[in-house]
Design a binder for this molecule. Structure first.
Ligand SMILES: NC(=O)C1=CN([C@@H]2O[C@H](COP(=O)(O)OP(=O)(O)OC[C@H]3O[C@@H](n4cnc5c(N)ncnc54)[C@H](OP(=O)(O)O)[C@@H]3O)[C@@H](O)[C@H]2O)C=CC1
Ligand SMILES: O=C(O)C(=O)Cc1ccc(O)cc1
Length: 444
């Protein structure tokens, strides 16, 4: 963790003189407001003005103070974080930006920085500094050790030191990037990961099946697919829509994912086994070239075996064509992305996705088995067909930048899985904990 050095005296002085403002007290805003105020900072925040009285009541026992709207927050805060829907960032900054305290610092938590920074640059007066943040994890994951991107866009080193001092209470791993670097990396990692899990959910819904009730999806890899897909669908649609639609690099990545899915599926149904094998072998040597035969893999099917939503006792791994995993490696190859290069800037879901694909491609014999199944066994054809259609549909919705259609598609699938969310989240949390512990062990 490289951190700009600040002394204990500076921290004490900043804590007694500076006010931190959070605009948007949703999942992430609340996480920050709570953690900063518990660490001894003076924190004020607001949510939408029309729900002020219910927000005040909801947070009446917290250590931070709820104010009526972003004007009241902005005029008294020394560092203001906008933690609002990405789609509305420009509108909300134009509303409250002019009320920003003279000489303050402003930043945002949105998942794509280009529109956020553009809004700050065009709306905020020149005396205002800009330092943005992005916690690369969801609100229910422990912040400790997770990557936290810090962007010193328009600010002095002294101001940056103050912001680092503030966020140090999260115990996250600080990653220093420009806004441009941030958007490229998150497009490479998050956008495609989400496209894959969103497509799985749609495919299961389109075939009207709950995968934990169907004996086809048994075993650790399948549990990871199911738990992560349901975890995404249990969240708010705007987080995923904002992240991919507002990031132009994400459009290319998601489009490549849908192309890879389509082309691999075509080879499967045409029975072109050797062409499929050649293509995947090439992709494997590009993505996993550093992994030796005796390498200790990040994930193992047996470890994930017990995280099942099924009521019947867990059985062993079943053969599967794994189109969703083959397509991600093919996409990385076609886009020239080595996913391990982004590991310092990755989310838990991306690491799990990478762990599962690494397991499939690098466990001796498994990729060959999967290719055999993909071509010779038709029992996954209807699922793979629906998966291909879903991947293409997500790519066009994202490419057209259609927030409304995104919301409709997302919420339709969300309703289908709704009854299982609390169980899936509980099991998913346990599964993620185990995986993250393994990552830590491997790193140490
Ligand atoms: N959830 C996650 O896993 C992560 C999310 N992010 C990013 O962080 C940002 C916030 O996400 P998250 O907290 O999950 O989303 P939430 O929807 O939970 O929070 C956003 C909050 O902002 C409120 N809001 C909307 N307009 C205003 C306004 N004019 N003034 C004050 N508050 C307003 C919203 O109210 P209402 O709902 O009534 O509109 C909502 O409570 C997003 O840009 C997201 O992409 C980043 C990292 C992780
Ligand atoms: O880990 C993931 O990919 C998540 O789904 C949580 C998430 C969502 C949005 C972000 O900007 C960062 C993390």
């Amino acid at each position: 963790m490289i951190m700009a050095k600040f002394t204990e005296e500076q921290e004490t002085q900043w804590k007694s003189t500076k006010t931190i403002g959070i605009i948007g007290l949703g999942d992430m805003g609340l996480l920050y407001a709570r953690r900063f105020s518990e660490a001894g900072w003076k924190v004020v925040g607001c949510d939408r003005e029309d729900i002020f009285s219910s927000t005040s009541e909801k947070f009446s026992n917290e250590k931070f103070q709820v104010l009526k709207n972003g004007h009241f927050v902005s005029r008294i805060s020394d560092y203001i974080i906008y933690s609002v829907e990405a789609e509305n960032i420009a509108k909300i900054v134009s509303l409250y930006g002019p009320s920003t305290k003279f000489g303050a610092i402003v930043g945002g938590q949105t998942s794509c920085k280009e529109p956020e920074i553009a809004a700050f640059e065009s709306i905020l007066p020149q005396d205002i500094e800009i330092i943005s943040v992005h916690s690369l994890h969801g609100p229910k994951v422990s912040t400790t050790g997770q990557p936290l991107v810090l962007i010193q866009h328009r600010a002095s080193n002294e101001s940056f030191k103050f912001v680092e001092c503030l966020v140090s209470c999260l115990n996250s791993k600080h990653v220093y990037l420009s806004a441009k670097q941030h958007d490229k990396i998150t497009a490479d990692t998050q956008a495609v990961t989400h496209a894959a899990f969103l497509s799985m959910g749609v495919a299961w819904k389109s075939n009207n099946q709950y995968p934990w009730e169907t004996p086809k999806w048994i075993g650790g890899i399948e549990n990871a697919k199911i738990n992560i897909s349901l975890r995404i669908y249990s969240n708010k649609w705007h987080v995923y829509a904002g992240l991919s639609i507002t990031n132009p690099s994400a459009h290319d990545q998601v489009l490549q994912y849908s192309k890879s899915t389509t082309e691999l599926f075509r080879l499967m149904i045409e029975g072109k086994k050797s062409e499929l094998k050649d293509r995947l072998t090439k992709a494997k040597s590009f993505v996993f070239h550093h992994i030796q035969e005796d390498h200790d893999l990040l994930l193992d099917d047996d470890i994930l075996q017990k995280y099942s939503l099924s009521k019947v006792p867990p059985g062993g791994r079943q053969p599967n064509s794994h189109l969703s995993l083959l397509a991600i490696v093919d996409s990385w190859f076609n886009l020239g992305i080595v996913p391990y290069d982004h590991i310092i800037c990755s989310t838990p879901l991306f690491r799990i996705f990478l762990g599962v694909t690494e397991y499939l491609f690098c466990t001796p014999g498994l990729l060959d088995e999967c290719i055999e199944v993909a071509v010779d066994d038709v029992s996954f054809r209807e699922d793979d067909l629906e998966f291909t259609i879903a991947a293409r549909n997500w790519a066009s919705i994202i490419g057209f930048g259609n927030f409304q259609l995104y919301q409709q598609e997302f919420e339709r699938t969300q309703r289908f899985f709704q009854p299982m969310f609390s169980e899936a989240n509980a099991i998913g949390n346990e599964m993620i904990k185990t995986i993250l512990e393994r990552v830590k062990e491997r790193e140490s």
